[in-house]
Design a protein around this ligand. Structure first.
Ligand code: CP
Length: 309
């Protein structure tokens, strides 16, 4: 993140920022903070170049709860198809009066490039393999709700780590709050050796990781980001890195199951376990609304302060 009006990733984020956003999200969730006029008169434009159910809908709902106006920008039916450049599209959206942009794109770094053409708030709703910061925050919020503090807690993330922007942001947020993070995947789906993952432990053996885990987060295979690379068959993922009735018995009784969605039932997790008392999958979705309220409030307040100078 380079400015408070931007929430582009958690790469350089520090613990106080994560804690402040989660604290605010919890205030909104508990009804302690009056939300209804925080974005009064503000326009938030959702610009989703990739499919989304949870993120797009919860950003829209967060805007609504804060008293702002949400507009969906549909790239496929926009004037981009008539040859308008992205830069001119951004100038147009800004001239219409947008105060914030929520953007998802398959290209890593796309929202960062947009920030050069757009002076208002920008929130990254997922860019390529790189980052999904509000998902990282909502996952951390779900863990904080469960455990209070994450200091000393153990989070295991299992599945396609290599192509996952969720893994990057969620692992980083949990680590910043004090959790020990293990990334578990077959060798093909472990992250490449690169800076940024040094804080996490890597494993290819989920069964060895499970008994000590406080939370296990499953990830689907991100076929759309594999770019032709070899991927393990789905049945191999379930056998080695998914959670089913047999494997859940290796978890501690109080440990929880998470998944950012969308879920491929029977591939990362058996359908029955989606409704298991240990599953927090719907709680994650619910918390997404409150985390996005906190993020929108922060970024729009900062953008307004810059505009007022
Ligand atoms: N977790 C997540 O980003 O879900 P959507 O793709 O449905 O937004």
């Amino acid at each position: 993140m380079t400015a408070d009006r931007l929430l582009l990733d958690l790469d350089d984020a520090q613990r106080p920022l994560i804690e402040a956003l989660i604290k605010r999200a919890l205030e909104f969730k508990r009804g302690v903070a009056d939300a209804s006029v925080r974005l009064k008169g503000k326009i938030v434009v959702g610009m989703f170049f990739e499919a989304s159910t949870r993120t797009a809908t919860s950003f829209a709902q967060a805007t609504h709860k804060l008293g702002g106006t949400w507009h969906d920008f549909h790239p496929e039916s926009s004037s981009l198809g008539k040859g308008e450049t992205l830069e001119d599209t951004m100038r147009t959206i800004q001239a219409i009066g947008a105060d914030a942009l929520v953007v998802r794109h398959s290209e890593s770094g796309f929202p960062h490039a947009l920030a050069r053409h757009f002076s208002a708030a920008i929130l990254n709703a997922g860019d390529g393999w790189h980052a999904h910061p509000t998902q990282g925050l909502l996952d951390a919020m779900t863990l904080v709700e469960e455990f209070g503090t994450l200091d000393g807690r153990r989070l295991v993330i299992s599945g396609d780590i290599r192509h996952s922007r969720v893994a990057r942001s969620s692992a980083r947020a949990a680590h910043l709050l004090g959790a020990h993070v293990t990334l578990c995947a077959p060798p093909l789906l472990l992250p490449p050796t690169s800076p940024g993952w040094g804080f996490a432990e890597l494993s290819t053996d989920l069964d060895a990781c499970l008994p000590r885990a406080d939370a296990v987060m499953l990830l689907r295979i991100q076929k759309e980001r594999a770019d032709g690379a070899e991927l393990p068959p789905a049945e191999d993922l379930m056998e080695g890195y998914g959670i089913d009735d047999a494997r859940v018995g290796r978890m501690a009784p109080q440990a929880i199951i998470m998944h950012p969605g969308p879920v491929n039932r029977g591939v990362e997790i058996s359908g029955a376990l989606m409704d298991d008392p240990r599953s927090r999958i719907e709680r994650q979705v619910e918390n997404g609304v409150y985390v996005r309220m906190a993020a929108l409030e922060r970024c729009l307040r900062a953008a307004a302060a810059v505009g007022a100078r």
